[in-house]
Design a protein around this ligand. Structure first.
Ligand SMILES: CC(C)(COP(=O)(O)OP(=O)(O)OC[C@H]1O[C@@H](n2cnc3c(N)ncnc32)[C@H](O)[C@@H]1OP(=O)(O)O)[C@@H](O)C(=O)NCCC(=O)NCCS
Length: 311
């Protein structure tokens, strides 16, 4: 992205901030905020906030209006974008992943420039803001149909579905994954239009091949995982065209573990589909979440076969 454009937009925002809170940027330099985020552990969800960042964010929010704090956070995102493109961490990524980062930076820049988002978007705990912050600070990796961050595999799935899930799950972790951490946690980012345009069978296959390439570059990463409602076997009858993700995993070495219904899963499942909404309202469908896991070793083998087929 053009650094001059970023710089100009940042200056514009800084002027707006100074007009309402003349000392805010001096009292709470963006650089300090960035340094605190840089100290986050490498393995952790994009929603993580350290106690230091919480304290700083609370202090800033008490010192200015929420509107000014949003402008401050926009400056923070732009400062991260400005810096990202020079970081060795960024430059050593595969070319395709760098391209996805660039597309995301463009989108985030454009959203700030055109002011498309409703009030509150750039404040905690807005999930979309946290995703953008994760991307700009290079903690969340845009890889096509999904975004990835390093995370431990949450062990609670072992206790969600009786003894057999406990035994099979533990054996999978010990003998196939060889440990609980770190894995790439997969996330759908529904406000990223580019990501959504790749949410289809080919897009998912290409994303999983990219995830395998990332694991080859980072062999300590044990695999990928994600929690979602859209791999629920009930969808075989209700939304058959959405079953391809479950099929790719199931047929090629990935595993699913039952988690159960949860409020956010239900909201997401009925959000876009009139069919699922109606069935849910009639009590004929209760969305259930599953944990999908695929070990790096098996994913890489599958990806190599895919690459051979694509040649
Ligand atoms: C997950 C998600 C991206 C999948 O979207 P999708 O691939 O379009 O598939 P959906 O089954 O959700 O489609 C919803 C509607 O779009 C239309 N649609 C989707 N694919 C279509 C296709 N190939 N042809 C025609 N219409 C289609 C249909 O109207 C469908 O509604 P219906 O089920 O009543 O027929 C989407 O459901 C979503 O954004 N959900 C909310 C956020 C979310 O769940 N995130 C994941 C959290 S883990």
């Amino acid at each position: 992205m053009d650094v001059m454009r970023i710089h100009a937009l940042k200056q514009q925002l800084e002027k707006q901030i100074a007009a309402f809170s003349p000392v805010l940027l001096k009292d709470f330099p963006i650089k300090t905020y960035m340094e605190l985020i840089d100290r986050y552990p490498k393995v952790g969800n994009y929603t993580y906030m350290s106690p230091e960042v919480k304290k700083l964010a609370d202090t800033i929010s008490r010192s200015c209006s929420s509107e000014v704090f949003e402008s401050y956070h926009k400056c923070l995102l732009l400062s991260f974008i400005e810096r990202a493109q020079e970081k060795s961490e960024f430059l050593s990524l595969p070319g395709e992943i760098r391209t996805y980062y660039s597309l995301n930076f463009e989108r985030i820049f454009h959203d700030i420039e055109s002011g498309v988002h409703e009030a509150g978007f750039y404040l905690y705990p807005s999930d979309k803001f946290l995703k953008d912050l994760g991307v700009c600070s290079l903690r969340l990796i845009p890889a096509g149909a999904q975004k990835l961050n390093l995370s431990p595999l949450p062990a609670d799935f072992l206790f969600r579905n009786g003894t057999s899930q406990f035994i099979i799950g533990l054996a999978y972790v010990l003998f196939e994954l060889r440990g609980f951490r770190p894995l790439y946690n997969m996330h759908t980012d529904s406000h990223d239009t580019h990501l959504m345009s790749e949410f289809n069978p080919a897009g998912w296959r290409n994303f999983l091949v990219r995830a395998a390439d990332l694991i080859k570059l980072n062999p300590s990463v044990k695999g990928v995982f994600g929690k979602t409602w859209f791999v629920d076997p009930q969808l075989e009858k209700i939304s058959p065209r959405l079953c391809y993700v479950r099929h790719i995993f199931n047929r090629n070495g990935g595993r699913f573990f039952y988690l159960g219904p949860c409020t956010s899963g239900i909201e997401d499942a009925v959000y876009k589909s009139p069919t699922r909404k109606k069935l849910y309202e009639y009590g004929k469908y209760i969305p259930k979440e599953y944990l999908g896991v695929w070990s790096g070793r098996s994913l890489i083998q599958w990806a190599e076969r895919q690459k051979a087929l694509m040649q």
